[in-house]
Design a protein around this ligand. Sequence first.
Ligand code: PLP
Length: 409
Amino acid sequence: MNNKIDPDAIREWFPALRSADILLDNAGGSQVPRTVIDRVRDYFVNSFVQVGADYPAGKRATQTIDDARRVLEVLVNCGDTGHVAMGPSTSVLCARLAQSYAQAPIPGRDEIIVCQAGHEANVGPWTRMAAAGYTVKWWNIEHQAFTNPLDELEALLSERTRILAVPHVSNLLGRIDDARTWSRMAHAVGARIVVDGVAFAPHRAIDVQALEVDWYVFSIYKVYGPHMAAMFGTHEAFAEISGPNHFFVDPADMPDKFELGGVLHEGCAGVLGLPDYFNFLADRPDRTPFDRDTVNRAYDTMTDCELPLQRQLIEYLRTKEQVRLIGPLQTDRSRVGTISFVHRSKSSKEIVLAANEQDIGIRYGHFYAHRLASALVRDPEDGVVRISLVHYNTAEEIDRVIACLETLL
Ligand SMILES: Cc1ncc(COP(=O)(O)O)c(C=O)c1O
Protein backbone atom coordinates (compact mmCIF):
# COMPACT_ATOMS: atom_id res chain seq x y z
CA MET A 1 0.00 0.00 0.00
CA ASN A 2 1.18 3.54 -0.73
CA ASN A 3 2.40 5.13 2.50
CA LYS A 4 0.08 8.08 1.82
CA ILE A 5 -2.87 6.03 2.93
CA ASP A 6 -1.32 3.32 5.07
CA PRO A 7 -2.88 3.98 8.49
CA ASP A 8 0.05 2.39 10.33
CA ALA A 9 2.55 4.68 8.62
CA ILE A 10 0.39 7.68 9.48
CA ARG A 11 -0.04 6.63 13.10
CA GLU A 12 3.72 6.14 13.47
CA TRP A 13 3.96 9.93 13.41
CA PHE A 14 1.79 10.34 16.49
CA PRO A 15 3.35 9.13 19.75
CA ALA A 16 0.04 9.56 21.59
CA LEU A 17 -1.67 7.07 19.28
CA ARG A 18 0.44 4.20 20.59
CA SER A 19 -1.98 3.70 23.46
CA ALA A 20 -4.84 1.22 23.05
CA ASP A 21 -7.45 3.94 23.68
CA ILE A 22 -9.56 4.94 20.72
CA LEU A 23 -9.51 8.71 20.31
CA LEU A 24 -12.67 9.86 18.60
CA ASP A 25 -12.96 13.25 20.25
CA ASN A 26 -10.81 14.91 17.60
CA ALA A 27 -13.20 17.79 16.99
CA GLY A 28 -12.31 18.76 20.55
CA GLY A 29 -8.60 18.64 19.79
CA SER A 30 -6.26 16.55 17.66
CA GLN A 31 -3.00 14.78 18.47
CA VAL A 32 0.37 16.15 17.36
CA PRO A 33 2.99 14.49 15.18
CA ARG A 34 6.44 13.86 16.65
CA THR A 35 8.00 16.64 14.57
CA VAL A 36 5.81 19.18 16.38
CA ILE A 37 6.86 17.76 19.74
CA ASP A 38 10.54 17.78 18.73
CA ARG A 39 10.37 21.41 17.62
CA VAL A 40 8.79 22.53 20.90
CA ARG A 41 11.45 20.68 22.89
CA ASP A 42 14.25 22.10 20.76
CA TYR A 43 12.91 25.63 21.22
CA PHE A 44 12.87 25.30 25.01
CA VAL A 45 16.44 24.01 24.97
CA ASN A 46 17.97 26.41 22.45
CA SER A 47 15.90 29.56 21.92
CA PHE A 48 13.65 30.20 24.93
CA VAL A 49 14.45 33.89 25.36
CA GLN A 50 12.63 37.12 24.64
CA VAL A 51 11.87 37.89 21.02
CA GLY A 52 13.16 41.11 19.47
CA ALA A 53 16.56 41.00 21.21
CA ASP A 54 19.72 41.28 19.12
CA TYR A 55 21.77 38.46 20.70
CA PRO A 56 21.79 35.16 18.79
CA ALA A 57 19.15 33.30 20.82
CA GLY A 58 16.88 36.37 20.63
CA LYS A 59 17.25 36.44 16.85
CA ARG A 60 16.41 32.73 16.66
CA ALA A 61 13.31 33.30 18.78
CA THR A 62 12.13 36.19 16.58
CA GLN A 63 12.76 34.12 13.47
CA THR A 64 10.67 31.28 14.91
CA ILE A 65 7.61 33.52 15.20
CA ASP A 66 8.11 34.88 11.68
CA ASP A 67 8.58 31.41 10.22
CA ALA A 68 5.47 30.07 11.97
CA ARG A 69 3.46 32.92 10.50
CA ARG A 70 4.73 32.02 7.01
CA VAL A 71 3.61 28.40 7.54
CA LEU A 72 0.15 29.56 8.58
CA GLU A 73 -0.05 31.93 5.62
CA VAL A 74 0.55 28.99 3.28
CA LEU A 75 -1.90 26.84 5.23
CA VAL A 76 -4.74 29.32 4.62
CA ASN A 77 -3.54 30.44 1.15
CA CYS A 78 -3.18 34.03 2.26
CA GLY A 79 -0.91 35.07 -0.63
CA ASP A 80 -0.54 38.85 -0.62
CA THR A 81 -4.21 39.44 0.15
CA GLY A 82 -3.84 39.92 3.92
CA HIS A 83 -2.23 38.73 7.16
CA VAL A 84 -2.47 35.95 9.71
CA ALA A 85 -2.67 36.94 13.39
CA MET A 86 -2.09 34.37 16.10
CA GLY A 87 -3.67 34.06 19.52
CA PRO A 88 -4.37 31.62 22.33
CA SER A 89 -7.68 30.33 20.95
CA THR A 90 -10.41 30.99 18.44
CA SER A 91 -12.65 32.16 21.29
CA VAL A 92 -10.12 34.83 22.28
CA LEU A 93 -9.45 35.94 18.70
CA CYS A 94 -13.18 36.31 17.91
CA ALA A 95 -13.76 38.20 21.17
CA ARG A 96 -10.90 40.60 20.37
CA LEU A 97 -12.22 41.05 16.86
CA ALA A 98 -15.73 41.90 18.05
CA GLN A 99 -14.34 44.34 20.63
CA SER A 100 -12.28 46.01 17.92
CA TYR A 101 -15.34 46.43 15.72
CA ALA A 102 -17.38 47.77 18.65
CA GLN A 103 -14.71 50.50 18.99
CA ALA A 104 -14.83 51.38 15.28
CA PRO A 105 -18.45 52.20 14.50
CA ILE A 106 -19.60 53.33 11.06
CA PRO A 107 -22.76 55.50 11.12
CA GLY A 108 -25.67 53.61 9.55
CA ARG A 109 -23.90 50.21 9.74
CA ASP A 110 -25.38 49.08 13.01
CA GLU A 111 -26.55 45.50 12.43
CA ILE A 112 -24.84 42.19 13.11
CA ILE A 113 -26.02 38.80 11.82
CA VAL A 114 -25.10 35.71 13.82
CA CYS A 115 -25.81 32.12 12.91
CA GLN A 116 -27.76 29.76 15.17
CA ALA A 117 -25.51 26.89 14.02
CA GLY A 118 -22.40 28.67 15.28
CA HIS A 119 -20.09 27.69 18.12
CA GLU A 120 -20.44 30.25 20.91
CA ALA A 121 -16.92 31.51 20.16
CA ASN A 122 -18.21 33.23 17.02
CA VAL A 123 -21.67 34.05 18.39
CA GLY A 124 -21.40 35.44 21.93
CA PRO A 125 -18.85 38.20 21.21
CA TRP A 126 -21.06 39.51 18.40
CA THR A 127 -24.29 39.39 20.44
CA ARG A 128 -22.50 41.48 23.07
CA MET A 129 -22.14 44.24 20.50
CA ALA A 130 -25.76 45.05 21.33
CA ALA A 131 -24.29 46.92 24.30
CA ALA A 132 -22.44 49.15 21.80
CA GLY A 133 -25.73 50.02 20.07
CA TYR A 134 -25.82 47.28 17.42
CA THR A 135 -28.95 45.34 16.50
CA VAL A 136 -28.28 41.60 16.53
CA LYS A 137 -30.18 39.47 14.03
CA TRP A 138 -30.36 35.66 14.03
CA TRP A 139 -29.93 33.43 11.01
CA ASN A 140 -31.77 30.30 12.17
CA ILE A 141 -31.35 26.85 10.72
CA GLU A 142 -34.03 24.67 9.21
CA HIS A 143 -34.66 21.92 11.77
CA GLN A 144 -35.29 18.88 9.58
CA ALA A 145 -32.57 19.17 6.94
CA PHE A 146 -30.29 21.19 9.27
CA THR A 147 -29.62 23.70 6.50
CA ASN A 148 -29.04 27.47 6.65
CA PRO A 149 -31.73 28.87 4.31
CA LEU A 150 -30.25 31.34 1.82
CA ASP A 151 -33.52 33.20 1.34
CA GLU A 152 -33.54 34.00 5.06
CA LEU A 153 -30.00 35.30 4.90
CA GLU A 154 -30.96 37.41 1.91
CA ALA A 155 -33.80 38.90 3.95
CA LEU A 156 -31.53 39.63 6.93
CA LEU A 157 -28.74 41.34 4.98
CA SER A 158 -29.03 45.01 4.23
CA GLU A 159 -26.99 48.19 3.78
CA ARG A 160 -27.03 48.37 7.60
CA THR A 161 -25.20 45.05 8.09
CA ARG A 162 -21.70 45.44 9.49
CA ILE A 163 -20.79 41.81 10.20
CA LEU A 164 -22.06 38.38 9.16
CA ALA A 165 -20.61 35.79 11.58
CA VAL A 166 -20.92 32.17 10.41
CA PRO A 167 -19.40 28.70 10.83
CA HIS A 168 -17.83 27.04 7.77
CA VAL A 169 -18.76 23.67 9.31
CA SER A 170 -20.90 23.33 12.42
CA ASN A 171 -19.06 21.33 15.08
CA LEU A 172 -22.25 19.32 15.67
CA LEU A 173 -23.61 18.89 12.15
CA GLY A 174 -20.44 18.24 10.16
CA ARG A 175 -21.69 19.60 6.83
CA ILE A 176 -19.34 21.79 4.77
CA ASP A 177 -21.25 24.95 4.00
CA ASP A 178 -20.92 27.26 1.05
CA ALA A 179 -18.98 30.07 2.70
CA ARG A 180 -18.07 31.63 -0.66
CA THR A 181 -21.72 32.25 -1.55
CA TRP A 182 -22.23 33.78 1.90
CA SER A 183 -19.17 36.00 1.41
CA ARG A 184 -20.52 37.25 -1.90
CA MET A 185 -23.93 37.94 -0.38
CA ALA A 186 -22.36 39.87 2.50
CA HIS A 187 -20.11 41.86 0.18
CA ALA A 188 -23.05 42.71 -2.10
CA VAL A 189 -24.40 44.89 0.73
CA GLY A 190 -20.99 46.13 1.88
CA ALA A 191 -20.81 43.92 5.00
CA ARG A 192 -17.82 41.93 6.31
CA ILE A 193 -17.95 38.19 6.86
CA VAL A 194 -16.24 36.40 9.77
CA VAL A 195 -15.98 32.66 9.16
CA ASP A 196 -15.28 30.19 11.96
CA GLY A 197 -13.25 27.48 10.22
CA VAL A 198 -12.41 25.46 13.34
CA ALA A 199 -14.47 22.40 12.40
CA PHE A 200 -13.38 22.56 8.75
CA ALA A 201 -9.62 22.99 9.06
CA PRO A 202 -8.70 19.50 10.38
CA HIS A 203 -10.30 17.92 7.29
CA ARG A 204 -9.94 20.11 4.19
CA ALA A 205 -7.50 22.71 2.91
CA ILE A 206 -8.50 26.25 3.84
CA ASP A 207 -8.38 28.64 0.90
CA VAL A 208 -9.25 32.14 2.04
CA GLN A 209 -8.84 33.53 -1.47
CA ALA A 210 -11.24 31.03 -3.02
CA LEU A 211 -13.72 31.64 -0.19
CA GLU A 212 -13.42 35.42 -0.67
CA VAL A 213 -13.68 35.92 3.10
CA ASP A 214 -12.72 39.01 5.09
CA TRP A 215 -11.89 37.09 8.27
CA TYR A 216 -11.26 33.38 8.79
CA VAL A 217 -10.42 31.90 12.20
CA PHE A 218 -9.33 28.39 13.19
CA SER A 219 -7.72 26.55 16.09
CA ILE A 220 -4.22 25.23 15.38
CA TYR A 221 -4.55 22.65 18.16
CA LYS A 222 -7.27 20.90 16.16
CA VAL A 223 -5.06 20.86 13.06
CA TYR A 224 -2.30 18.70 14.57
CA GLY A 225 -0.43 21.64 16.11
CA PRO A 226 0.03 23.24 19.57
CA HIS A 227 -2.68 24.95 21.61
CA MET A 228 -3.02 28.19 19.61
CA ALA A 229 -5.34 29.72 17.04
CA ALA A 230 -4.89 31.73 13.86
CA MET A 231 -6.98 34.41 12.20
CA PHE A 232 -6.66 35.53 8.61
CA GLY A 233 -7.86 39.01 7.71
CA THR A 234 -7.59 40.89 4.45
CA HIS A 235 -5.54 44.10 4.31
CA GLU A 236 -8.77 46.09 4.02
CA ALA A 237 -10.42 44.35 6.97
CA PHE A 238 -7.37 44.77 9.24
CA ALA A 239 -7.13 48.42 8.22
CA GLU A 240 -10.60 49.30 9.53
CA ILE A 241 -9.94 48.23 13.13
CA SER A 242 -7.28 49.47 15.50
CA GLY A 243 -6.72 46.19 17.38
CA PRO A 244 -6.22 45.65 21.10
CA ASN A 245 -2.43 46.21 21.31
CA HIS A 246 -0.66 49.04 23.18
CA PHE A 247 -0.90 52.65 21.99
CA PHE A 248 2.73 52.78 20.86
CA VAL A 249 2.29 49.80 18.48
CA ASP A 250 1.87 51.41 15.09
CA PRO A 251 -1.69 50.78 13.80
CA ALA A 252 -0.06 50.15 10.43
CA ASP A 253 1.73 47.13 11.93
CA MET A 254 -0.55 44.33 10.86
CA PRO A 255 -1.07 41.88 12.42
CA ASP A 256 1.07 43.04 15.41
CA LYS A 257 -1.59 45.53 16.42
CA PHE A 258 -3.86 42.55 16.99
CA GLU A 259 -1.44 40.37 18.99
CA LEU A 260 -1.73 41.88 22.46
CA GLY A 261 0.94 40.41 24.72
CA GLY A 262 2.58 38.54 21.85
CA VAL A 263 2.05 34.94 20.85
CA LEU A 264 2.95 31.54 22.31
CA HIS A 265 6.61 31.28 21.33
CA GLU A 266 7.06 27.56 21.88
CA GLY A 267 3.74 27.02 20.10
CA CYS A 268 5.16 28.79 17.05
CA ALA A 269 8.13 26.44 17.22
CA GLY A 270 5.69 23.54 17.18
CA VAL A 271 3.94 24.96 14.11
CA LEU A 272 7.29 24.63 12.33
CA GLY A 273 7.00 20.85 12.73
CA LEU A 274 3.78 20.73 10.70
CA PRO A 275 5.35 21.07 7.22
CA ASP A 276 7.35 17.86 7.79
CA TYR A 277 4.15 15.98 8.48
CA PHE A 278 2.31 17.60 5.59
CA ASN A 279 5.24 16.70 3.31
CA PHE A 280 4.87 13.10 4.42
CA LEU A 281 1.11 13.11 3.75
CA ALA A 282 1.77 14.72 0.36
CA ASP A 283 4.35 12.01 -0.39
CA ARG A 284 7.15 14.49 -0.98
CA PRO A 285 9.56 14.20 1.97
CA ASP A 286 12.10 16.98 2.54
CA ARG A 287 10.37 19.40 0.22
CA THR A 288 11.08 23.06 1.04
CA PRO A 289 9.79 25.66 1.20
CA PHE A 290 6.36 24.63 2.44
CA ASP A 291 3.98 25.38 -0.42
CA ARG A 292 0.35 25.35 -1.40
CA ASP A 293 0.64 22.29 -3.58
CA THR A 294 1.88 20.32 -0.58
CA VAL A 295 -1.04 21.57 1.51
CA ASN A 296 -3.55 20.47 -1.13
CA ARG A 297 -1.96 17.07 -1.61
CA ALA A 298 -1.71 16.46 2.13
CA TYR A 299 -5.38 17.29 2.65
CA ASP A 300 -6.32 15.04 -0.28
CA THR A 301 -4.64 12.20 1.59
CA MET A 302 -6.46 13.11 4.78
CA THR A 303 -9.79 13.16 2.96
CA ASP A 304 -9.07 9.80 1.27
CA CYS A 305 -8.36 8.28 4.68
CA GLU A 306 -11.35 9.83 6.40
CA LEU A 307 -14.14 9.23 3.86
CA PRO A 308 -14.39 5.42 4.19
CA LEU A 309 -14.45 5.75 7.98
CA GLN A 310 -17.27 8.29 8.07
CA ARG A 311 -19.19 6.20 5.54
CA GLN A 312 -18.75 3.06 7.68
CA LEU A 313 -20.05 4.79 10.79
CA ILE A 314 -22.91 6.77 9.26
CA GLU A 315 -24.17 3.77 7.31
CA TYR A 316 -24.20 1.76 10.52
CA LEU A 317 -26.02 4.47 12.48
CA ARG A 318 -28.62 4.77 9.72
CA THR A 319 -29.61 1.13 10.30
CA LYS A 320 -30.57 1.89 13.89
CA GLU A 321 -34.24 2.75 14.21
CA GLN A 322 -33.85 4.41 17.61
CA VAL A 323 -31.09 6.70 16.42
CA ARG A 324 -31.58 10.15 14.93
CA LEU A 325 -28.55 11.59 13.21
CA ILE A 326 -28.13 15.28 14.01
CA GLY A 327 -26.61 16.43 10.75
CA PRO A 328 -26.67 15.41 7.10
CA LEU A 329 -27.19 11.74 6.24
CA GLN A 330 -24.72 11.98 3.37
CA THR A 331 -21.42 10.16 3.67
CA ASP A 332 -19.60 11.91 0.82
CA ARG A 333 -17.19 14.84 0.52
CA SER A 334 -19.93 17.31 1.35
CA ARG A 335 -19.33 16.63 5.03
CA VAL A 336 -16.54 15.84 7.49
CA GLY A 337 -16.28 13.00 9.97
CA THR A 338 -17.85 14.89 12.86
CA ILE A 339 -20.91 12.74 13.48
CA SER A 340 -23.61 13.49 16.05
CA PHE A 341 -26.71 11.57 17.04
CA VAL A 342 -29.35 11.16 19.71
CA HIS A 343 -31.19 8.04 20.83
CA ARG A 344 -34.96 8.11 21.23
CA SER A 345 -35.03 6.55 24.70
CA LYS A 346 -31.48 6.61 26.05
CA SER A 347 -29.63 9.70 27.15
CA SER A 348 -26.48 10.75 25.30
CA LYS A 349 -24.69 10.66 28.61
CA GLU A 350 -25.43 7.00 29.32
CA ILE A 351 -24.35 5.94 25.84
CA VAL A 352 -21.09 7.88 26.04
CA LEU A 353 -20.18 6.80 29.56
CA ALA A 354 -20.73 3.15 28.62
CA ALA A 355 -18.47 3.58 25.57
CA ASN A 356 -15.86 5.36 27.71
CA GLU A 357 -15.78 2.26 29.95
CA GLN A 358 -14.50 0.39 26.91
CA ASP A 359 -11.71 2.93 26.31
CA ILE A 360 -13.56 4.62 23.49
CA GLY A 361 -12.90 8.36 23.75
CA ILE A 362 -16.12 10.05 22.71
CA ARG A 363 -18.21 12.75 24.41
CA TYR A 364 -21.73 14.06 24.79
CA GLY A 365 -23.22 17.53 25.27
CA HIS A 366 -23.75 20.72 23.30
CA PHE A 367 -20.05 21.26 22.57
CA TYR A 368 -20.53 25.02 23.04
CA ALA A 369 -22.93 25.11 20.10
CA HIS A 370 -25.50 25.73 22.81
CA ARG A 371 -28.00 27.64 20.72
CA LEU A 372 -28.01 24.97 18.04
CA ALA A 373 -28.32 22.14 20.55
CA SER A 374 -31.17 24.00 22.29
CA ALA A 375 -33.00 24.25 18.97
CA LEU A 376 -32.49 20.63 17.96
CA VAL A 377 -32.58 18.36 21.01
CA ARG A 378 -34.65 17.97 24.19
CA ASP A 379 -31.93 18.79 26.69
CA PRO A 380 -28.89 20.76 25.48
CA GLU A 381 -26.83 19.68 28.49
CA ASP A 382 -27.30 16.04 27.53
CA GLY A 383 -27.00 17.22 23.94
CA VAL A 384 -25.79 14.73 21.37
CA VAL A 385 -23.38 11.82 21.24
CA ARG A 386 -20.52 13.10 19.09
CA ILE A 387 -18.01 10.82 17.41
CA SER A 388 -15.40 12.89 15.63
CA LEU A 389 -12.81 11.16 13.52
CA VAL A 390 -9.87 12.38 11.51
CA HIS A 391 -7.50 10.80 9.01
CA TYR A 392 -5.40 8.96 11.61
CA ASN A 393 -8.31 6.88 12.85
CA THR A 394 -8.67 3.39 11.41
CA ALA A 395 -11.34 1.01 10.14
CA GLU A 396 -10.49 -1.34 13.03
CA GLU A 397 -11.28 1.43 15.49
CA ILE A 398 -14.61 2.11 13.82
CA ASP A 399 -15.32 -1.66 13.93
CA ARG A 400 -14.73 -1.59 17.67
CA VAL A 401 -16.96 1.46 18.10
CA ILE A 402 -19.72 -0.20 16.10
CA ALA A 403 -19.40 -3.41 18.14
CA CYS A 404 -19.71 -1.34 21.30
CA LEU A 405 -22.66 0.72 20.02
CA GLU A 406 -24.38 -2.46 18.92
CA THR A 407 -24.76 -3.46 22.56
CA LEU A 408 -25.88 0.04 23.58
CA LEU A 409 -28.27 1.19 20.84
C1 PLP B 1 -16.59 25.19 15.48
C2 PLP B 1 -15.78 25.70 16.64
N1 PLP B 1 -15.56 27.01 16.74
C3 PLP B 1 -14.84 27.54 17.74
C4 PLP B 1 -14.31 26.75 18.73
C5 PLP B 1 -13.53 27.39 19.83
O1 PLP B 1 -12.18 27.15 19.64
P1 PLP B 1 -11.13 27.52 20.78
O2 PLP B 1 -11.11 26.37 21.74
O3 PLP B 1 -9.82 27.65 20.03
O4 PLP B 1 -11.55 28.76 21.41
C6 PLP B 1 -14.50 25.37 18.67
C7 PLP B 1 -13.97 24.49 19.73
O5 PLP B 1 -14.39 23.38 19.92
C8 PLP B 1 -15.27 24.83 17.60
O6 PLP B 1 -15.49 23.51 17.49
